[in-house]
Ligand binder design. Structure first.
Ligand SMILES: NC(=O)c1ccc[n+]([C@@H]2O[C@H](COP(=O)([O-])OP(=O)(O)OC[C@H]3O[C@@H](n4cnc5c(N)ncnc54)[C@H](OP(=O)(O)O)[C@@H]3O)[C@@H](O)[C@H]2O)c1
Length: 263
């Protein structure tokens, strides 16, 4: 299948590692010009080099924090100035800290909402006018299975991400007539830096080994394994493609079957 991504301009936020980087790599491999973002400049530059040398694509790295409105304005403006348009937006960010109801105060919730919900809204607010100009656009928000099926020790994530589903559904209905699709993807466990940092914390809390934590995560999926970020990225690339032209307002789990409900 030709995804029709050649020459398209894609912004992938939070893309120096993990799911964001794998998504940027996949879009670049399909011929898109890619702008990647993350806070740490060195890691971001390294990811850009890696994507360029693996795919030959044009890659622009713009370092900054997606919780800063100024940075988001700059990210989108520099993309348009350098590449002439913004066709694709993959909204992504880091995850909030793990913990339970008794662990967090109101400020912790505000920060989680800023990180995962407000950043998505601001990225869309800046990118949509560019997409409307060309009457074509693809927006994909990366959230978590936690948005649909709360994860026991991730109360901040469970809370902040549910709002993303409401925002993305509303947005999809309000930009559909402009040729713009907006979908949400909910990853289950994938082997990324985030998972590698959560594993020892869970192991310590429960008095088990890190290997046992990984085994338990794998066993929580019917496929009995943790996903490869490339498997996730392939789904996002399809949603960003010309071929996904009649698919909008949807929420898709990429989780090895871990989500248990019908809808
Ligand atoms: N991996 C999984 O199993 C899994 C499952 C469900 C949901 N998720 C969610 O999916 C998202 C991506 O996770 P991941 O596993 O790919 O994480 P990761 O490997 O830790 O990568 C996170 C990326 O986001 C960047 N980042 C973090 N905070 C940022 C900020 N405020 N502004 C800009 N960039 C930022 C990081 O770079 P800097 O630190 O340099 O900014 C890094 O490039 C997270 O929200 C995570 O909670 C992951």
């Amino acid at each position: 299948m030709n995804l029709g991504l050649k020459g398209r301009v894609a912004i992938v936020a939070a893309a120096s590692s993990g799911l964001g980087k794998a998504t940027a790599m996949e879009l670049a491999a399909e011929g898109a010009r890619v702008v990647i973002n993350a806070r740490r400049e060195d890691e971001l530059g390294g990811a850009a080099d890696e994507i360029r040398s693996a795919t030959g694509a044009e890659v622009l790295a713009i370092a900054g924090d997606v919780t800063s409105e100024d940075h988001i304005r700059k990210l989108v403006l520099e993309t348009a100035n350098n590449f002439g348009s913004v066709d694709i937006l993959v909204a992504n960010a880091g995850g909030p800290p793990a913990g339970f109801f008794d662990d967090f105060n109101a400020q912790d919730y505000r920060q989680a909402v800023e990180l995962n919900l407000i950043s998505t809204i601001n990225l869309c607010r800046e990118a949509v006018p560019h997409m409307r100009k060309r009457r074509w656009g693809r927006i994909v928000a990366i959230t978590s299975i936690a948005a649909k099926q709360p994860v026991e020790n991730l109360i901040l994530s469970n809370t902040a991400r549910a709002g993303v589903l409401g925002f993305m559904k509303s947005l999809s209905q309000q930009v559909a007539a402009d040729g713009i699709t907006a979908n949400t993807v909910c990853p289950g466990y994938h082997l990324t830096e985030r998972l590698k940092s959560l594993a020892p914390l869970s192991a310590k809390k429960e008095g088990i080994s890190v290997e046992e934590v990984y085994a338990r995560w794998a066993a929580s999926t019917p496929m009995n394994r943790i996903g490869d970020p490339r498997e996730f990225a392939a789904v996002v690339a399809f949603l960003c493609s010309e071929r996904a032209s009649y698919l909008t307002g949807d929420v898709i789990q990429v989780d090895g079957g871990a989500y248990r409900a019908l809808y």
